[in-house]
Design a protein around this ligand. Structure first.
Ligand code: ZN
Length: 329
Protein backbone atom coordinates (compact mmCIF):
# COMPACT_ATOMS: atom_id res chain seq x y z
CA UNK A 1 0.00 0.00 0.00
CA UNK A 2 1.54 3.35 -0.95
CA UNK A 3 2.06 5.83 1.80
CA UNK A 4 -0.59 8.49 1.87
CA UNK A 5 0.08 12.15 2.48
CA UNK A 6 1.10 12.99 6.00
CA UNK A 7 -1.93 15.18 6.66
CA UNK A 8 -4.27 12.26 6.07
CA UNK A 9 -2.12 10.03 8.22
CA UNK A 10 -2.39 12.48 11.10
CA UNK A 11 -6.14 12.71 10.63
CA UNK A 12 -6.42 8.94 10.77
CA UNK A 13 -4.70 8.78 14.11
CA UNK A 14 -7.38 10.97 15.61
CA UNK A 15 -10.11 9.26 13.62
CA UNK A 16 -9.29 5.65 14.31
CA UNK A 17 -6.63 5.60 16.97
CA UNK A 18 -7.69 4.66 20.44
CA UNK A 19 -7.84 8.10 21.89
CA UNK A 20 -6.86 7.98 25.52
CA UNK A 21 -9.52 10.38 26.72
CA UNK A 22 -7.83 11.23 29.96
CA UNK A 23 -4.34 11.21 28.47
CA UNK A 24 -1.54 10.87 30.95
CA UNK A 25 -3.73 10.10 33.90
CA UNK A 26 -2.86 7.83 36.76
CA UNK A 27 -2.90 4.08 36.50
CA UNK A 28 -6.32 2.47 36.87
CA UNK A 29 -5.15 -0.86 38.22
CA UNK A 30 -7.68 -2.73 40.37
CA UNK A 31 -7.19 -5.65 42.71
CA UNK A 32 -9.86 -7.99 44.02
CA UNK A 33 -8.83 -9.63 47.27
CA UNK A 34 -9.57 -13.27 47.95
CA UNK A 35 -11.34 -14.32 51.12
CA UNK A 36 -8.78 -16.96 52.02
CA UNK A 37 -11.10 -18.57 54.58
CA UNK A 38 -13.16 -19.82 51.65
CA UNK A 39 -10.23 -21.32 49.77
CA UNK A 40 -9.34 -24.96 50.44
CA UNK A 41 -5.83 -24.52 49.01
CA UNK A 42 -3.13 -21.91 48.51
CA UNK A 43 -4.42 -18.46 47.62
CA UNK A 44 -2.69 -17.34 44.43
CA UNK A 45 -1.62 -13.93 43.20
CA UNK A 46 -2.86 -13.52 39.64
CA UNK A 47 -2.12 -10.53 37.43
CA UNK A 48 -4.24 -9.88 34.34
CA UNK A 49 -3.15 -7.37 31.70
CA UNK A 50 -6.55 -6.01 30.64
CA UNK A 51 -10.07 -5.76 32.02
CA UNK A 52 -11.56 -7.81 29.18
CA UNK A 53 -10.03 -10.88 30.83
CA UNK A 54 -9.89 -9.57 34.39
CA UNK A 55 -13.51 -10.31 35.26
CA UNK A 56 -13.31 -13.75 33.66
CA UNK A 57 -10.26 -14.59 35.77
CA UNK A 58 -11.92 -13.29 38.95
CA UNK A 59 -14.91 -15.51 38.39
CA UNK A 60 -12.77 -18.56 37.69
CA UNK A 61 -10.44 -17.99 40.64
CA UNK A 62 -13.06 -16.94 43.19
CA UNK A 63 -11.67 -16.81 46.71
CA UNK A 64 -8.50 -18.65 45.80
CA UNK A 65 -6.75 -15.70 44.15
CA UNK A 66 -6.04 -12.03 44.58
CA UNK A 67 -6.61 -10.79 41.05
CA UNK A 68 -4.89 -7.61 39.90
CA UNK A 69 -6.09 -6.12 36.61
CA UNK A 70 -3.47 -3.74 35.26
CA UNK A 71 -5.65 -1.82 32.80
CA UNK A 72 -9.05 -1.48 34.36
CA UNK A 73 -10.21 1.68 32.64
CA UNK A 74 -11.45 2.51 29.17
CA UNK A 75 -9.45 5.74 29.41
CA UNK A 76 -6.21 3.81 28.96
CA UNK A 77 -5.16 2.39 25.61
CA UNK A 78 -4.24 -1.29 26.01
CA UNK A 79 -2.33 -1.34 22.73
CA UNK A 80 0.18 1.34 23.57
CA UNK A 81 0.22 1.06 27.33
CA UNK A 82 3.48 1.50 29.16
CA UNK A 83 3.48 -0.29 32.50
CA UNK A 84 4.37 1.73 35.59
CA UNK A 85 6.95 0.58 38.09
CA UNK A 86 4.03 -0.52 40.26
CA UNK A 87 2.71 -2.70 37.45
CA UNK A 88 6.12 -4.30 37.04
CA UNK A 89 6.19 -4.98 40.77
CA UNK A 90 2.81 -6.71 40.65
CA UNK A 91 4.04 -8.96 37.84
CA UNK A 92 7.04 -9.84 40.03
CA UNK A 93 4.76 -11.11 42.79
CA UNK A 94 2.45 -13.05 40.48
CA UNK A 95 1.99 -16.80 40.62
CA UNK A 96 0.06 -16.56 37.36
CA UNK A 97 -0.12 -13.90 34.66
CA UNK A 98 -2.97 -13.86 32.14
CA UNK A 99 -2.44 -11.92 28.92
CA UNK A 100 -4.42 -11.59 25.72
CA UNK A 101 -1.38 -11.99 23.48
CA UNK A 102 -1.41 -11.60 19.68
CA UNK A 103 0.64 -8.42 20.24
CA UNK A 104 -2.36 -6.74 21.85
CA UNK A 105 -0.72 -6.32 25.25
CA UNK A 106 2.90 -6.95 24.39
CA UNK A 107 3.96 -4.66 27.22
CA UNK A 108 2.67 -7.30 29.67
CA UNK A 109 4.38 -10.18 27.89
CA UNK A 110 7.58 -8.11 27.79
CA UNK A 111 7.39 -7.44 31.52
CA UNK A 112 6.91 -11.14 32.25
CA UNK A 113 9.72 -12.18 29.90
CA UNK A 114 12.16 -10.19 32.02
CA UNK A 115 11.23 -11.90 35.28
CA UNK A 116 13.38 -14.55 36.92
CA UNK A 117 11.86 -16.77 38.12
CA UNK A 118 9.08 -16.42 35.57
CA UNK A 119 5.47 -16.84 36.73
CA UNK A 120 3.10 -19.23 34.99
CA UNK A 121 1.48 -17.51 32.01
CA UNK A 122 -1.79 -18.08 30.18
CA UNK A 123 -1.60 -16.33 26.81
CA UNK A 124 -5.09 -16.42 25.24
CA UNK A 125 -3.72 -16.15 21.69
CA UNK A 126 -1.44 -19.13 22.28
CA UNK A 127 -4.29 -21.08 23.85
CA UNK A 128 -6.57 -20.58 20.85
CA UNK A 129 -3.78 -20.83 18.29
CA UNK A 130 -3.92 -17.37 16.71
CA UNK A 131 -0.59 -15.95 17.76
CA UNK A 132 0.18 -12.62 16.17
CA UNK A 133 2.95 -12.17 13.68
CA UNK A 134 5.81 -10.23 15.17
CA UNK A 135 7.01 -8.96 11.83
CA UNK A 136 5.65 -5.94 10.07
CA UNK A 137 7.28 -6.48 6.71
CA UNK A 138 3.99 -6.59 4.83
CA UNK A 139 2.88 -3.12 5.80
CA UNK A 140 6.28 -1.67 6.57
CA UNK A 141 4.92 -0.24 9.81
CA UNK A 142 7.11 1.25 12.41
CA UNK A 143 5.94 0.96 15.98
CA UNK A 144 4.53 4.43 16.01
CA UNK A 145 1.60 5.75 17.93
CA UNK A 146 -1.65 4.79 16.31
CA UNK A 147 -0.30 1.49 15.02
CA UNK A 148 -2.72 -0.25 17.29
CA UNK A 149 -4.52 -3.11 15.70
CA UNK A 150 -2.70 -4.10 12.62
CA UNK A 151 0.50 -5.76 13.70
CA UNK A 152 0.37 -9.15 12.15
CA UNK A 153 -2.68 -10.37 10.36
CA UNK A 154 -4.51 -11.55 13.48
CA UNK A 155 -7.49 -9.68 14.87
CA UNK A 156 -6.40 -9.50 18.51
CA UNK A 157 -9.84 -8.84 20.04
CA UNK A 158 -10.09 -12.46 21.17
CA UNK A 159 -12.59 -11.86 24.00
CA UNK A 160 -15.18 -11.14 21.31
CA UNK A 161 -15.03 -14.77 20.19
CA UNK A 162 -17.39 -16.97 22.26
CA UNK A 163 -15.26 -19.99 21.38
CA UNK A 164 -12.00 -18.31 22.40
CA UNK A 165 -13.53 -17.19 25.69
CA UNK A 166 -14.43 -20.79 26.51
CA UNK A 167 -11.03 -22.14 25.47
CA UNK A 168 -9.15 -19.48 27.40
CA UNK A 169 -11.31 -20.00 30.49
CA UNK A 170 -10.52 -23.72 30.40
CA UNK A 171 -6.79 -23.01 30.15
CA UNK A 172 -6.98 -20.57 33.08
CA UNK A 173 -8.80 -23.14 35.23
CA UNK A 174 -6.24 -25.83 34.38
CA UNK A 175 -3.39 -23.51 35.33
CA UNK A 176 -5.07 -22.49 38.61
CA UNK A 177 -5.54 -26.16 39.47
CA UNK A 178 -1.92 -26.88 38.83
CA UNK A 179 -0.73 -23.97 40.95
CA UNK A 180 -3.06 -24.67 43.88
CA UNK A 181 -3.80 -28.39 43.65
CA UNK A 182 -5.65 -28.62 46.95
CA UNK A 183 -8.20 -26.21 45.51
CA UNK A 184 -8.65 -28.20 42.29
CA UNK A 185 -12.24 -29.17 43.08
CA UNK A 186 -13.00 -25.59 44.09
CA UNK A 187 -11.73 -24.36 40.71
CA UNK A 188 -13.88 -26.94 38.95
CA UNK A 189 -16.91 -25.55 40.79
CA UNK A 190 -15.91 -22.02 39.82
CA UNK A 191 -15.58 -23.10 36.18
CA UNK A 192 -19.05 -24.65 36.32
CA UNK A 193 -20.44 -21.44 37.83
CA UNK A 194 -18.81 -19.43 35.05
CA UNK A 195 -20.40 -21.70 32.44
CA UNK A 196 -23.76 -21.10 34.13
CA UNK A 197 -23.14 -17.34 34.16
CA UNK A 198 -22.45 -17.49 30.42
CA UNK A 199 -25.82 -19.12 29.68
CA UNK A 200 -27.75 -15.89 28.93
CA UNK A 201 -24.90 -14.84 26.64
CA UNK A 202 -24.95 -18.23 24.90
CA UNK A 203 -28.73 -18.03 24.54
CA UNK A 204 -28.53 -14.57 23.03
CA UNK A 205 -25.91 -15.80 20.56
CA UNK A 206 -28.26 -18.60 19.53
CA UNK A 207 -31.11 -16.12 19.10
CA UNK A 208 -28.85 -13.94 17.00
CA UNK A 209 -27.87 -16.85 14.77
CA UNK A 210 -31.50 -16.98 13.73
CA UNK A 211 -31.85 -13.22 13.30
CA UNK A 212 -28.57 -12.79 11.44
CA UNK A 213 -29.27 -15.28 8.68
CA UNK A 214 -28.82 -13.48 5.36
CA UNK A 215 -27.99 -10.19 7.10
CA UNK A 216 -24.91 -8.01 6.74
CA UNK A 217 -23.01 -5.61 8.94
CA UNK A 218 -20.31 -3.04 8.50
CA UNK A 219 -18.03 -1.82 11.29
CA UNK A 220 -16.14 1.38 12.00
CA UNK A 221 -13.48 -0.75 13.68
CA UNK A 222 -12.67 -4.46 13.91
CA UNK A 223 -13.32 -5.14 17.60
CA UNK A 224 -16.67 -6.93 17.17
CA UNK A 225 -15.77 -9.05 14.13
CA UNK A 226 -15.38 -12.37 15.97
CA UNK A 227 -18.85 -12.08 17.51
CA UNK A 228 -20.38 -11.02 14.20
CA UNK A 229 -18.83 -14.07 12.53
CA UNK A 230 -19.99 -16.33 15.37
CA UNK A 231 -23.63 -15.35 14.86
CA UNK A 232 -23.37 -15.62 11.08
CA UNK A 233 -23.49 -11.99 10.03
CA UNK A 234 -21.74 -11.27 6.74
CA UNK A 235 -19.12 -8.54 6.87
CA UNK A 236 -20.09 -5.95 4.28
CA UNK A 237 -17.58 -3.34 5.42
CA UNK A 238 -16.16 -1.90 2.20
CA UNK A 239 -12.79 -3.52 1.68
CA UNK A 240 -10.64 -0.41 1.46
CA UNK A 241 -12.04 0.95 4.70
CA UNK A 242 -11.73 -2.40 6.46
CA UNK A 243 -8.10 -2.80 5.40
CA UNK A 244 -7.31 0.68 6.65
CA UNK A 245 -9.13 0.16 9.95
CA UNK A 246 -7.56 -3.22 10.63
CA UNK A 247 -4.13 -1.82 9.86
CA UNK A 248 -4.85 1.24 11.97
CA UNK A 249 -4.06 3.38 8.98
CA UNK A 250 -6.01 6.06 7.19
CA UNK A 251 -9.10 5.29 5.14
CA UNK A 252 -8.91 7.33 1.96
CA UNK A 253 -11.72 9.72 1.06
CA UNK A 254 -12.84 7.18 -1.55
CA UNK A 255 -12.91 4.43 1.12
CA UNK A 256 -15.18 6.62 3.21
CA UNK A 257 -17.33 7.50 0.20
CA UNK A 258 -17.68 3.78 -0.65
CA UNK A 259 -18.79 3.14 2.93
CA UNK A 260 -21.36 5.93 2.75
CA UNK A 261 -22.82 4.64 -0.50
CA UNK A 262 -23.03 1.11 0.89
CA UNK A 263 -24.97 2.51 3.85
CA UNK A 264 -27.23 4.40 1.46
CA UNK A 265 -27.90 1.60 -1.04
CA UNK A 266 -29.22 -0.94 1.44
CA UNK A 267 -26.32 -3.39 1.30
CA UNK A 268 -25.58 -2.92 5.02
CA UNK A 269 -28.20 -4.05 7.55
CA UNK A 270 -26.47 -2.78 10.68
CA UNK A 271 -23.55 -0.49 11.50
CA UNK A 272 -21.32 -1.64 14.38
CA UNK A 273 -19.80 1.43 15.98
CA UNK A 274 -16.93 1.33 18.46
CA UNK A 275 -17.65 4.18 20.87
CA UNK A 276 -14.16 3.86 22.32
CA UNK A 277 -12.48 5.05 19.12
CA UNK A 278 -14.49 8.10 18.27
CA UNK A 279 -13.23 10.44 15.62
CA UNK A 280 -14.43 12.46 12.68
CA UNK A 281 -14.56 9.57 10.19
CA UNK A 282 -16.52 7.13 12.39
CA UNK A 283 -18.84 9.98 13.37
CA UNK A 284 -19.42 10.80 9.71
CA UNK A 285 -20.29 7.16 9.03
CA UNK A 286 -22.63 7.05 12.01
CA UNK A 287 -24.41 10.14 10.72
CA UNK A 288 -24.66 8.55 7.28
CA UNK A 289 -26.19 5.41 8.81
CA UNK A 290 -28.66 7.41 10.86
CA UNK A 291 -29.74 9.52 7.92
CA UNK A 292 -30.40 6.43 5.79
CA UNK A 293 -32.13 4.45 8.55
CA UNK A 294 -29.41 1.84 9.08
CA UNK A 295 -29.49 0.87 12.77
CA UNK A 296 -26.32 1.51 14.78
CA UNK A 297 -25.04 -0.87 17.47
CA UNK A 298 -22.59 0.61 19.98
CA UNK A 299 -19.75 -1.58 21.15
CA UNK A 300 -16.63 -0.92 23.18
CA UNK A 301 -13.12 -2.29 23.05
CA UNK A 302 -12.93 -2.95 26.77
CA UNK A 303 -15.27 -3.27 29.73
CA UNK A 304 -16.98 0.10 30.26
CA UNK A 305 -16.11 1.84 33.51
CA UNK A 306 -18.72 0.89 36.05
CA UNK A 307 -19.74 -2.29 34.20
CA UNK A 308 -17.82 -4.96 36.04
CA UNK A 309 -19.22 -8.15 34.58
CA UNK A 310 -17.96 -9.56 31.31
CA UNK A 311 -21.29 -11.27 30.71
CA UNK A 312 -23.40 -8.18 31.46
CA UNK A 313 -21.23 -6.10 29.15
CA UNK A 314 -21.36 -8.57 26.28
CA UNK A 315 -25.03 -9.36 26.78
CA UNK A 316 -26.02 -5.69 26.56
CA UNK A 317 -24.28 -5.39 23.22
CA UNK A 318 -25.82 -8.61 21.90
CA UNK A 319 -29.29 -7.41 22.88
CA UNK A 320 -28.67 -4.15 21.03
CA UNK A 321 -27.69 -6.16 17.98
CA UNK A 322 -30.82 -8.32 18.27
CA UNK A 323 -32.93 -5.15 18.41
CA UNK A 324 -31.14 -3.80 15.36
CA UNK A 325 -31.82 -7.01 13.45
CA UNK A 326 -35.49 -6.78 14.21
CA UNK A 327 -35.76 -9.28 17.04
CA UNK A 328 -35.97 -6.83 19.90
CA UNK A 329 -37.94 -6.91 23.12
ZN1 ZN B 1 -8.36 -2.73 19.66
Amino acid sequence: MPRRPIVLAALAVSALGLAACGGGQANQTATSEANSANCPGDVLDVVVSVSQWGDVVQQLAGDCANVTTVINSTALDPHDYEPTTGDIASFEDADLVVVNGADYDHWASDAVANLDPAPAVVDAAEVVGVEGSHSDEEEGHSDEEGDDHGRGSVNPHLWYSPEYVQQTAQAITAELQQLSPEAADYFTQQADAFTTALEPYDQELTTLQGLAAGKTYAATETVFDYTAAAVGLTDATPEGYRDAASNESDPSPSDVAAFESALADGSIDVLVYNTQTEGSVPEQLRAAAESTGVPVVDVTESVPDGDDSFVAWQLGQLQQLADALGGGQ
